[in-house]
Design a protein around this ligand. Structure first.
Ligand code: FE2
Length: 450
């Protein structure tokens, strides 16, 4: 059991920091990561059979994706087995990707199926392959399983999150590149209390629960371990005995968050039941792709809800033609405006996720966690690190990675005003686990002050 009094003892060592952040092939975390499905592209980036191939960099590997004549997705090592030029330059034709250098052609399994530069007696195409990773499309996203060696073929069941099962009319998905290690982005994203500071506006805050969140600055954090990772809640005491504003979340191994946003629409004319989340996917050790998704369980999303200007995402902020890099980035100080910071917003930076990118990138490419001083509200951050380090060991010992199963398929995140000291899990579990779920009421709790 860990509580705030012990957080100084849970600071990572420099060695642990290396272990938990590096994701290249053969690294301990890289091996764990490769046991889960990775979102690599939007389906719309490969819009039709035989369309242009697309480069993908993920977990420190350079890959090329294409949709073949039959509509199937291929995800191959980027470089031709022959003389190693990029297959991204290739011709996507007749169920294969053909290298423009000498015409060697590969199907979606990575098998070389044509070697037209040699006479038949010198042809050895049957013995030539490039690495190919299995893929699937779910929720308008192309997912890859990159397990290799002993992990090859051990892919978990599909990443069938509730959001991936929504019709297009009810679902919005976007992404942006972030120029820092994936873990510090994830940690900042699962940190509930930062929203009350980093994202605060002076006066004229947003309506409903989102506004309440921005006003109350201190919170009690509690984490309940679950088969997929953990459920957690931040409780912000309200003034005048009005109870607690409780926001719940899920952390799903290895880099998913599900968070409540019902309060965003609380005061609008049309109430919608919406849920949101992120995925912080390692591009390499120094870059990550942050995927954003939200969906409505009742009415379809409208244009306003798909406009991501408020969030600092979408075409005004993110350059889809340049690897989804933000126009505002470390090179131009994220556009910080000191006048705005004095009078209008806490950060002086426009856009919620742009604010997130700034504080996360400003830590440097890989933050050195051995110099931190964690506090009570870092409970979720601490718990994620512990789970990841334990899972690295489990996989290194030949065990099955936690959460590579179906335990997260039907989980939801809820926010609500609750009576002070109510047990949020007791109060909300029927909504958080609408199809039933693990008995988290008795699960180990981190951070509860008994
Ligand atoms: Fe944030």
């Amino acid at each position: 059991m860990v509580d705030a009094a012990h957080v100084k003892d849970v600071r990572l060592t420099a060695d642990e920091n290396e272990t938990i952040t590096r994701v290249g092939p053969g690294t301990p975390m890289g091996e764990l990561m490769r046991r889960y499905w990775q979102p690599v592209l939007s389906s719309s980036e490969l819009p039709e059979p035989d369309c242009a191939p697309v480069r993908v960099r993920i977990l420190g590997e350079d890959l090329v994706a294409f949709r073949d004549t039959s509509g199937r997705i291929g995800l191959l090592t980027e470089f031709c087995a022959h003389r190693r030029t990029s297959l991204w330059l290739g011709r996507n034709e007749e169920d294969g990707l053909r290298c423009v250098f000498h015409g060697w052609k590969y199907d979606i399994t990575g098998q070389c199926v044509d070697m037209p530069n040699v006479l038949p007696e010198y042809d050895f195409k049957e013995r030539v392959t490039v690495r190919a990773y299995p893929t699937q499309e779910l929720g308008g996203v192309i997912w890859a399983y990159m397990g290799w060696g002993v992990a090859k073929g051990k892919q978990p069941p599909p990443p069938n999150f509730e959001w991936t099962r929504q019709p297009e009319s009810h679902l919005h998905v976007s992404r942006s590149l972030q120029e820092c290690n994936w873990l510090q982005a994830l940690e900042a994203g699962i940190d509930s209390i930062h929203t009350s500071f980093l994202h605060r506006r002076f006066g004229g805050n947003r309506p409903g629960l989102a506004g309440i969140r921005a006003q109350a600055t201190a919170a009690r954090l509690e984490v309940r371990l679950a088969p997929y990772g953990y459920a957690y809640a931040s409780s912000r005491p309200m003034s005048e005995g009005k109870g607690d504003y409780v926001r719940t979340y899920h952390y799903v191994m290895p880099f998913h968050q599900i968070r409540a946003i019902q309060g965003e629409t609380e005061d609008s004319a049309v109430r919608k039941f919406k849920i949101a989340g992120h995925m912080w996917v390692p591009v390499d050790d120094h870059n990550c792709m942050v995927w954003n998704w939200y969906y409505s369980l009742d009415l379809p999303l409208d244009d306003d809800e798909r406009d991501e200007g408020f969030w600092g995402n979408g075409p005004r902020f993110v350059d889809a033609q340049n690897g989804f890099r933000s126009f505002l980035n470390k090179g131009n100080d994220w556009g910080i405006d000191r006048e705005v910071q004095k009078h209008e917003t806490f950060s002086g930076i426009e856009g919620v996720n742009q604010q997130d990118r700034a504080v996360q990138e400003a830590m440097g490419p890989i933050v050195d966690r051995s110099h931190e001083h964690l506090s009570h509200t870092d409970m979720a951050v601490f718990a994620a690190r512990r789970l990841l380090l334990d899972a690295i060991q489990t996989v290194a010992d030949g065990g099955a990675p936690p959460g590579a199963d179906e335990s997260y398929y039907d989980i939801r995140a809820i926010e609500k005003l609750l009576p002070t000291d109510a047990d949020w899990m007791e109060e909300l579990k029927d909504q958080m686990y609408p199809k039933g779920g693990p008995d988290l009421a008795s699960a180990p709790a981190l951070g509860r002050q008994e």
